[in-house]
Design a protein around this ligand. Structure first.
Ligand code: S3P
Length: 451
């Protein structure tokens, strides 16, 4: 059934309660598919995120010759082509809304002697690709991109690139991963140097599939990730943990709706991903962890959340890479807290699926929240200390710039508000969180198609 584009979140009239699972981690899902496609033999992926972004990556990998099927039990089975074994794609590769899919696959395409054409939806065609073109061109691949280093672009790859030592100019796991993926089919050692560590799922999965990855710290405190090229990757079983970036939304709702108590099972808590939960605890949130365990190099736990008063804080800017996708929902939560929440050092938010700083500032203002926009962040003045959430205008409709996380942030905001909030662009939620409204409604929320 098609997802209604405009949805209304009604103020919850009862506490949210329940035990839920959220969909699989998006970052790990893309990577598991890619590594499976680079093995000869069958990789099995459990709990893959079946969102549009990940399915676009699967389709691109099929175009390169990998066999990818979902069995009746919901397990994804990949029969790959081996490192260096990609076939010329049968068609243009359309990565839809997915920056991760596009940038990671560019690394792969660059390191094979074939020509690929990449494109995406209107949002993805606006997003900067030069950040991966620069290191991949330094390694020896050739690119012809749309003005500004954007999609659509043609990449002419080579079977033997030059290994590089590359320090990305911005903290980005996508840049790191594109270079490391190119390094897989490159003789010698490829090194990425990170001044600020970013999510390390690529490193974990490379090791899980049998590659030699060395991680050290240099004298300047930088992280050096060195991959030895041309390993033989061995097919594996991968269990994808629940996505902390998706768990953030029901957790936010449970914090905001009085009396709520929910548990989210099996959430991935990689320290380079999970800083939102630390931030929320600093704001006074009660978020307990049970059943903590390690699985395939990733920490996982069940999160138990209870509603309660929150106070605004200053989020340390150096925390940004470890919660980069969570600032929109944090801004929505902050509007219901007491006092200002200061978020700085997040200029990268301006080049995500939308300009997320502008989208949150505009949307919150339209709901009557006092917000200041900064070049590299925002300050949200919460008024939750005065007996409830900020008053939303009855006719408010928030434009979400076709950005899934902006849409979910405002729907969650609405569940904790005094008046319904109407949100546009909700079909985009399918890119990362299929079944979002149903899951929230199962907890006791009321999100429905707007009349
Ligand atoms: C991702 C990295 C982050 C994040 C994105 C997923 C990844 O992007 O915002 O949603 O899977 O590597 P950047 O690497 O551009 O910061």
């Amino acid at each position: 059934m098609p997802i209604p584009s405009v949805q209304t979140a009604h103020p919850a009239d009862r506490p949210l309660k329940g035990l839920i699972n959220v969909p699989g981690d998006k970052s790990i899902s893309h990577r598991a598919l890619i590594f499976g496609a680079l093995c000869v033999g069958e990789t099995a992926i459990h709990d893959l995120l079946e969102g549009e972004d990940v399915l676009a990556t699967a389709q691109a990998l099929q175009s390169y010759g990998a066999r990818i099927e979902r069995d009746d039990g919901g397990v994804w089975r990949i029969n790959g082509v081996g490192i260096g074994g990609l076939m010329p794609p049968r068609d243009v590769l359309d990565l839809g809304n997915s920056g991760t899919g596009a940038r990671l696959l560019l690394g792969l395409a660059a390191s094979h002697g074939l020509t690929s054409v990449f494109t995406g939806d209107a949002s993805l065609r606006q997003r900067p690709m030069q950040r991966v073109i620069t290191p991949l061109a330094e390694m020896g691949a050739a690119f012809e991109a749309a003005p500004g280093g954007r999609l659509p672009l043609t990449v002419r790859g080579r079977d033997s690139l030059m290994p590089v030592e590359y320090q990305p100019p911005v903290a980005s796991a996508q840049i790191k991963s594109a270079v490391l993926l190119a390094g897989l089919n490159t003789p010698g050692q490829t090194t990425v140097i990170e001044a600020t560590p970013t999510r390390d799922h690529t490193e974990h999965l490379l090791r899980h599939f049998g590659a030699d990855v060395e991680i050290t710290e240099d004298s300047g405190g930088n992280r050096r990730i060195t991959l030895t090229g041309r390993p033989e990757l061995r097919p594996q079983t991968v269990r994808v943990p629940g996505d902390p970036s998706s768990a953030a939304f029901p957790i936010a709702a449970a914090l905001l709706v009085p009396g709520s108590e929910i548990t989210v099972k099996g959430v991935g808590l990689n320290p380079l991903r999970a800083a939102l939960f630390d931030t929320l605890r600093e704001m006074g949130a009660i978020i307990g962890e049970t059943n903590r365990r390690m699985d395939q190099g990733e920490p996982i736990a069940d999160l138990e959340v209870r509603a309660g008063p929150l106070r605004g804080i200053e989020v340390p800017p150096d925390r940004a890479p470890s919660m980069i996708d969570e600032y929109p929902v944090l801004a929505a939560i902050a509007a219901h807290a007491t006092g200002p929440t200061v978020m700085r050092g997040i200029a990268e938010l301006r080049v995500k699926e939308s300009d997320r700083i502008a989208a949150m500032v505009t949307g919150l203002k339209s709901l009557g929240v006092e917000v200041e926009e900064l070049d590299d962040g925002m300050i949200v003045h919460g008024n939750g200390g005065h007996g409830g959430p900020p008053p939303a205008r009855r006719d408010a409709r928030v434009e979400t710039e076709m950005d899934h996380r902006i849409a979910m942030s405002f729907l969650v905001y609405g569940l904790g508000a005094q008046a319904p909030v109407k949100v546009s662009g909700c079909e985009m939620i399918e890119t990362s969180f299929p079944g979002f409204a149903k899951l929230m409604n199962g907890l006791g929320g009321r999100i429905e198609a707007a009349p």
